[in-house]
Design a protein around this ligand. Structure first.
Ligand SMILES: [Zn+2]
Ligand SMILES: [Zn+2]
Length: 446
């Protein structure tokens, strides 16, 4: 009898308590969901471009303040002094314990929405170049904001289950990869408690709502923007012998640069060199003075990135020299630091710990390992070069039957940044809020 009751007690401690906690989280999310879906639709209909997230950040700040967070607005200093940093930092102190940061981005894209949804964006504005553009949350940052508000609600209500300092970060200008840098430049980690862990999620345009996917280790590439100015000696198109033609040198350079990935880089280190733009010349019979190439470089490892930059310069200078261009007209390589983003490295032990916990909350079959991407994000910057363990996971956002139909037909679904990108709000938010709340509780539980 005694033995039996001991076993019953043990069973209670080991199983009933977590199951009970899980049931209460599920019920809490369900209670808030209708309200959160209307918040999502409201945000979706009112997107703001990168660097101009004034109303979105004010709304986000108000929501977090109402939940008891200490909120600081307008955190962020851009290199261009005319821009306002609309970053939001919300802190909730709950005794001694780890400091965990969770980040959402706030900005939208210059895309004209074509989903035909009743809450589709009709917003038009003027961009920084003075052009009229439509605006859409085509990357789903409205999903992230709503998910963050829902997660903050859960964690504020479950304060007795965790200890430490929770910091929620609303980051502007992710799409231009300038926001995280601007917030760090404004003393993010000195004005506010420095994180022991940083977390984020991003919605996925080809994963079913109800699932999350994750990639341990390098998950997204670094992105480096480069201008390569190839200089020659211009002149009359009928008199090539009196010139050094930068158009021909540019053509040779473009082909030679392909050998960096194919012949110089280890096939075990993924990397991309793309020349996305070439501009030179004005008229058929004029040999111009210069041609400008615009490149993007993607790598996971920093040493690979450095090697590629060195190789681009060496090859460009070698080809110009071979064409007889004098040294003082050698090609110029310009790295545009303000457009760069570091790679995203998901700390493997942190990734394992959190995905196991999320598996217990939403079902292990709904937590799926994915392959890394060569796309970029500036969330990785918050890890300060891997010093702070970071983890970002992908949140399935698409109607499951559409994912299945696409898999069967081979016809791809609209991607992120598409005018037809259409997340399914309710199951996406339900899964995202459960997953992120569970992730934070795992790191901060008593
Ligand atoms: Zn995006
Ligand atoms: Zn995005």
């Amino acid at each position: 009898m005694k033995r039996l009751s001991f076993l019953a007690l043990l069973f209670g401690i080991l199983f009933v308590a977590p199951i009970h906690a899980q049931q209460s989280l599920d019920a809490m999310v369900d209670r808030e969901l209708a309200q959160l879906v209307s918040t999502y639709k409201m945000l979706h209909a009112a997107p703001e471009l990168s660097h101009y997230e004034e109303k979105t950040s004010a709304f986000f700040a108000t929501q977090l303040r109402a939940l008891g967070f200490t909120v600081t607005e307008r955190v962020g200093k851009y290199e261009r002094a005319n821009l306002v940093g609309y970053g939001v930092v919300a802190v909730m102190k709950n005794g001694d314990g780890p400091t965990v940061w969770v980040r959402t981005d706030l900005d939208a894209l210059p895309v004209e929405e074509k989903t035909g949804l009743p809450y589709a964006s009709k917003v038009k504005t003027r961009n920084e170049a003075g052009q009229d553009v439509s605006v859409m949350h085509a990357c789903g940052h409205d999903v992230h904001i709503t998910n963050m508000i829902g997660t903050a609600k859960m964690l504020a209500a479950l304060k007795d289950q965790w200890h430490g300092t929770l910091v929620i970060l609303g980051q502007p200008a992710e799409e231009t990869v300038t926001g995280a840098r601007a917030m760090l430049a404004d003393g993010l980690y000195s004005r506010f408690p420095k994180p022991d862990f940083v977390l984020a999620l991003h919605d996925s345009a080809d994963v079913a709502a109800g699932k999350i996917t994750f990639c341990p280790g390098y998950a997204m590439a670094s992105s480096t923007s480069v201008d390569l100015v190839i200089r020659g000696l211009g002149g009359h198109g009928s008199k090539p012998e009196a010139t050094k033609d930068p158009v021909v040198i540019a053509a040779q350079t473009i082909l030679a640069l392909q050998t960096i990935i194919s012949r110089e880089n280890s096939p075990l280190d993924p990397a991309v060199v793309t020349i996305g733009s070439i501009h030179g010349g004005t008229k058929r019979n004029i040999i111009p003075d210069e041609v400008v190439l615009q490149l993007t470089i993607r790598t996971y490892k920093e040493e690979v990135r450095q090697h590629i930059l060195t190789s681009i310069e060496r090859i460009a200078k070698g080809i110009a020299a071979a064409a007889g261009v004098p040294d003082d007209r050698a090609p110029i390589l310009k790295v545009i630091e303000s457009e760069g983003a570091p790679s995203l490295y998901n700390d493997p032990p942190l990734t394992e710990r959190i995905t196991n916990a999320i598996g217990r909350a939403i079902g292990a079959e709904n937590v799926v390992k994915a392959t890394p991407l060569m796309a970029s994000e500036d969330f990785g910057r918050l890890s300060l070069d891997h010093q702070i363990p970071a983890f970002m996971f992908w949140l399935g956002a698409i109607e499951p039957s559409r994912v299945e139909a696409s898999r069967k037909s081979g016809k791809p679904l609209p991607s992120l940044h598409s005018s037809l990108f259409e997340p399914l709000p309710e199951p996406t938010l339900r899964t995202g809020i459960k997953a992120m709340t569970t992730a934070v509780l795992e790191l901060m539980k008593k």
